[in-house]
Design a protein around this ligand. Structure first.
Ligand code: TXE
Length: 499
């Protein structure tokens, strides 16, 4: 960053081999926040080779589990020590409010603490094979060299969901943050260097490259030295990576976003109406909708639809936009000019498709926001499932509204998506709530709440939202191979062949 080398390969910090750099833009005002090294494909190949050498050397993967658990806890301590600096970098880079960034760093910390605890108690399984002379057990071993590719909406958070279990498992890795938002991951790698030096972790266990996914993709994902790729990003890139990985039968885990329904039943009128409105509003407009689990499809029961949409629109119009560093800001800009152009094209598409624009649909007219990539919270009513704006991930502050008349229709609409990452259900009827959450085909379903996740609970999608899971015990298992060891303590001849 700003003259310091940003690529961490084989334990040493380097500039890009061709000295290329990239300007990192603050989306709140369009200024250059930092200049960072832009890795070449050769740099990426060196990083994979360093991770391979560190894994094959064997010392790291043989580290006692207790030492790895202590290391993860120490990383968590350092994250808290540096919380404010990391949060500020995250805000400058992504545009999200500082309050959100601070929550992100706390969540990153909790992921390291969770995997520290989990790895410490993970036990092998002893299997009874029916012969007392045989000791048979199933053990877990690190999968090997991992390539970890993260997106720009939750840069360090998404990366931590990968690095923490990979380290816990004893893997080595190459981390590649989004080229749009690398700053917090670079700072985090410096923090890792400190923790690794204290714990004598060998060079090359974690390597960091940043640069364009299109340029570095092949070096990272078609590389036979890689054992596992964990990717979070868009559906199109996920497909490309899965195809590339197929060549060497490399295992992949993919989290590819969603088009998440929020089902609201008319009985919320008898319950806490304001909280229901609040949760739908927050579910879609937090972080300006740049959230893979954002509740972008409101599916609301007909009798309350007009009132509910009116209440939402009134509150959406009052959302305070501004620089994430300003404590008065409730939401920040979109991440880049390019991304805002994509969101704007979806708004135009919604209008062309005949959806009814209720609020938003424009950039804010406040001159103080003119240099940033801001976009107003936008609501479209009278949408239906034939519209692309209802089917495709817009990844911006756009809520579409569909209406239903009975429970079966609500479930059918909620499941009518090629994705399946997350869904919300609001009802004051507990029995109906339980029926509907079981009927929805999504990886996370919130009943009378929205947006929460926890390190001990799996996160991931059904359908084209991807495969594999992050967080929870399954999020650790992704980084482990399973081995069955059969030890015969009193072998005798099999006697099968007589000669
Ligand atoms: O993501 P990409 P983009 C969705 C959202 C968004 C769309 C496109 O709808 O509008 O994806 O966003 C790296 N080989 N999500 O283009 O390209 C890239 O450098 C290897 C949902 O920014 O998927 C970055 O590090 N890597 C999502 C990462 O992939 C490649 C969050 C994600 O970028 C690569 C973000 C290649 N060929 C966007 N091409 C979620 N699931 O939350 C790119 N990359």
């Amino acid at each position: 960053m700003d003259g310091e080398p940003d690529l961490w390969i084989g334990g040493s910090w380097r500039h890009a081999s061709d000295r290329g750099t990239r300007d990192i833009v603050n989306p709140a005002n369009g200024s250059t926040a930092a200049v960072v090294d832009e890795a070449t494909p050769d740099d990426a190949r060196h990083a994979v080779a360093a991770a391979r050498a560190a894994f094959d050397d064997g010392a790291w993967r043989a580290t006692p589990v207790a030492e790895r658990a202590t290391l993860l806890n120490r990383i968590a301590d350092l994250l808290q020590r540096d919380k404010e600096d990391l949060a500020r970098l995250e805000t400058v880079d992504t545009g999200k409010t500082l309050a959100e960034s601070r929550i992100d760093i706390d969540d990153v910390t909790s992921v390291f603490r969770y995997y520290s605890r989990l790895i410490a108690v993970q036990a092998d399984r002893v299997v009874d094979v029916g012969d007392p002379a045989v000791i048979s057990r199933v053990v877990r071993e690190p999968i090997g060299v991992c390539v970890l590719i993260a997106p720009w909406n939750y840069p360090l958070l998404q990366m931590s969901w990968k690095i923490a279990p990979a380290l816990a498992a004893g893997c080595t890795m190459v981390a590649k943050p989004s080229e749009v938002t690398p700053l917090s991951t670079i700072a985090f790698a410096r923090l890792l260097e400190e923790a690794f030096a204290e714990a004598s972790v060998p060079a090359g266990v974690v390597n960091l490259v940043q640069g364009s996914g299109a340029a570095l993709g092949a070096a990272l994902t078609e590389n036979p030295a890689v054992d596992f790729i964990s990717f979070t990003g868009g559906l199109a890139t996920g497909r490309t990576i899965a195809r590339a990985a197929a060549e060497h039968v490399t295992k992949v885990a993919l989290e590819l976003g969603g088009k998440n329904p929020h089902l609201v039943f008319a009985d919320v009128r008898d319950g806490d109406w304001d909280t229901a409105v609040d949760h739908v509003l927050t579910g879609v407009f937090l972080h300006s909708g740049q959230v893979c689990s954002a509740g972008t499809r409101l599916i609301v029961e007909e009798p309350i639809a007009d009132d509910f949409v009116a209440a939402l629109a009134a509150r959406a119009a009052k959302i305070t936009m501004g620089d994430g560093m300003d404590p008065a800001s409730e939401t920040g800009p979109l991440v880049s000019a390019q991304h805002r152009a994509k969101v704007e094209s979806y708004v135009q598409l919604g209008i062309d498709e005949g959806a009814q624009l209720i609020t938003g649909g424009a950039r804010p007219d406040d001159p103080a926001l003119a240099d940033g990539y801001f976009y107003l919270p936008t609501i479209f009513d009278r949408c239906d499932r034939s519209m692309r704006i209802v089917a495709e991930e817009t990844f911006g502050p756009i809520l579409t509204v569909e209406r239903f008349t009975d429970e079966a229709e609500a479930v059918a609409l909620g499941n009518d998506t090629e994705y399946g990452l997350a869904a919300g259900v609001r009802t004051s009827d507990a029995a109906r709530g339980e029926r509907v959450v079981r009927a929805l085909r999504h990886g996370t379903v919130w009943l009378n709440d929205f947006g929460y996740y926890a390190a001990p609970a799996e996160w991931g999608g059904f359908g084209k939202s991807g495969n594999g899971r992050e967080l929870g015990p399954t999020g650790l298992a992704e980084y482990q191979e399973i081995k069955h060891i059969w030890h015969n303590t009193a072998p005798t001849a099999a006697g099968w062949f007589k000669g």
